[in-house]
Design a protein around this ligand. Structure first.
Ligand code: HSE
Length: 372
């Protein structure tokens, strides 16, 4: 199977390749790596591939793209919007696996998150669908945590307040966050011994507001700060990131009647774990033990964390989860607002289940389907 990779150099593409290597996914593949900027250059490694990859191909060369059975792209929406219609217009019948949001809501697309929607993916493949798109990172991570609860029919509404990592905005923002931390840290540490807490807060705040504080990528201070707006404005006061919650969940879970999902999406100074504080309104009173069983059985990666200080601090944090496929769900309890309101907290690595892993698995699922 000839598989083309576009956008393999960025963060999501790099995580995807690393995961493919870890899982031995290159075996039997004939990988072709494309480049928008340096065709002819040396390709990356694809350990165990059936053929060594040729030099980098031009990511705008329709003929070479069309020679692939599958294209996997992490290049972003503008490449997709230019090349996907050109490929389909030229009669290309291959499978298109895309991390970008451009095609997510298109009628022909299937949003892939197979631990949660494998039957939908199987039906789409049998029906001859060819466009498989990764979900928004926050939505995929929410559903890896509570997709089972929503599918159970117990849930009347979900309000999710997010704590989203810098990586969701791209590598430049992630690197700038660390520069900001360094800049503020240096200013604060210089006065820590002499000025104490209040003095440190004054110096750090001044530094955060100073013209020299690095903000060219993020556009604002993020270290020691937070930004309660992600993506473009939508009608009704929502941000686009907030809008995606219900819109994409409805498609991923293939719900006839959408479950309302809304909340406030917030960028915080973590590196690559998106976390969410979730309020759920139940359709009927339910024992916590019933909800716990559903959460535990949501996926092999979904982990229920005891609602205790020690378990929470050691297992329900970006520090614990970054770089792993675990999606812990904790802080589960009944809220004081109503007997049918519960809350929980969940998080996951935004580059793994939030981006690369559903695509990697879709490639494997398609190979099994096509070769079986
Ligand atoms: N929109 C998400 C974010 C990342 O800004 O964190 C992409 O799914």
């Amino acid at each position: 199977m000839r598989v083309g990779f576009i956008g393999w150099r960025g963060m999501v593409g790099s995580v995807l390749r690393a995961r493919m290597t870890e899982e031995g996914d290159w075996a039997g593949l004939e990988p072709v790596f494309f480049s928008t900027s340096s065709p002819g250059g040396p390709p990356p490694e694809a350990p165990g591939a059936a053929h060594a990859p040729p030099p980098l191909q031009d990511a705008f060369d329709l003929d070479v793209l069309r020679s692939c059975d599958v294209l996997v792209t992490c290049q972003g929406s503008s490449w997709t919007l230019q090349m996907h219609p050109a490929l389909r217009g030229a009669g290309w019948q291959g499978v298109f696996i895309d991390a970008a949001s451009a095609l997510r809501m298109a009628p022909e697309s299937t949003i892939v998150l197979d631990p949660i929607n494998a039957p939908l993916i199987q039906r789409a493949m049998v029906a001859g669908k060819k466009d498989y798109i990764g979900g928004n990172c926050t939505v995929s991570l929410l559903l890896m945590g509570i997709g089972g609860l929503i599918s159970s029919g117990l849930v009347r509404f979900v309000s999710t307040m997010t704590y989203q990592a810098a990586s969701g905005g791209g590598a430049r923002k992630m690197v700038e966050l660390v520069r900001q931390m360094h800049d503020l840290g240096a200013a604060g540490v210089a006065v820590a011994d002499t000025m104490g807490g209040l003095g440190v807060s004054e110096v750090v705040t001044q530094r955060m507001r100073a013209a020299e504080h690095p903000t060219s990528a993020i556009g604002s201070p993020l270290a020691a700060n937070l930004l309660p707006w992600i993506d473009k404005p939508m009608p009704g006061g929502q941000s686009r990131e907030e809008w995606k919650g219900q819109a994409e969940s409805t498609r991923i879970l293939d719900l006839d009647t959408p479950v309302p999902i809304d909340g406030i999406a917030v960028r915080v100074g973590s590196l690559r774990c998106h976390a969410q504080g979730v309020t759920i309104g139940l359709n009927r009173p339910a024992e916590l033990s019933e909800l716990e069983d559903i959460i535990r059985n949501t996926s092999p990666w979904t982990r229920l964390i005891d609602n205790t200080p020690d378990a929470t601090r050691s297992q329900l944090t970006p520090a614990a989860v970054t770089g792993t496929l675990d999606v812990p769900v904790g802080r589960l309890r009944r809220l004081g607002t109503s007997p049918d309101h519960i809350c929980l907290f969940t998080l996951g690595d935004q580059l793994l289940w939030g981006a690369a892993e559903p695509l990697r698995r879709m490639l494997t699922i398609w190979r099994t389907h096509a070769e079986g």
